[in-house]
Design a protein around this ligand. Structure first.
Ligand code: GRF
Length: 194
């Protein structure tokens, strides 16, 4: 069973979807750590309910990103983490963490990349007037939502859809797509290593 850490900063609905998929046996992985850079975030409560250990930290208490990523790596290695899934983690990954886990860090982004990278992708899509947007799962590199694309799924923006309607459609897709893509990826990697 692959050992997975989830990184999140907020609500954690994607963390929950991944945890539920692991619990049901659909996702053949063990979530062995939640990493959270906002100690009051709802995702922490979700992890505690699921019995997933939490590493929560205040970035400002460290001198630099390199320092908090070094601390993170220690916690990840102690937990035996092999893969990292970013799920609403609102920071760029720095060279320290990429050096340790590069190629094994995945992100989910609420647009069809390369359209609408960065913050508020759903708001950007709503404001632009596009009729199709969607969800992308991709490998993480040093850029902002720039790594190689693994999977994508589109949604239609119907006439009259509000930003909330679009967000609902996006989250619905995310909660199916992320566990399924992670499962495919981790199990493929598992077979290659056999
Ligand atoms: C999701 O829309 C994800 O695509 C983006 O951040 C959001 C996190 O939502 N990266 P949640 O915290 O999982 O509910």
């Amino acid at each position: 069973m692959k050992k997975l850490a989830v990184f999140a900063s907020g609500n954690g609905s994607n963390f929950q979807a991944i945890a539920d998929a692991a619990k049901s046996g659909f996702l053949k992985a063990e979530i062995c750590l939640l990493v959270c850079d906002r100690p009051g975030a709802l995702v922490i409560e979700r992890a505690e309910k699921e019995g997933v250990p939490v590493f929560a930290f205040y970035p400002k208490k460290y001198g630099s990103k390199a320092e908090f990523e070094a601390d993170m790596i220690e916690k990840l290695q102690e937990a035996g983490v092999e893969w990292i899934a970013l799920a609403g983690y609102m920071r760029l990954i720095g060279p320290t963490l990429l050096g340790a886990y590069g190629g094994r860090i995945i992100n989910i982004h609420p647009s069809l990349l390369p359209a609408f990278p960065g913050k508020d992708a759903i708001g950007q899509a709503a404001a632009s007037g596009v009729k199709v947007t969607g969800v992308t799962v991709h490998f993480v590199d040093a850029g902002m939502d720039t790594g190689p694309i693994i999977d994508q799924q589109a949604i239609i923006i119907d006439d009259g859809d509000t930003e909330e309607d679009i967000a609902r459609k996006i989250h619905c897709i995310e909660h199916e797509l992320y566990p399924a893509t992670l499962n495919r990826l981790l199990n493929k990697a598992g077979k290659a290593a056999d």
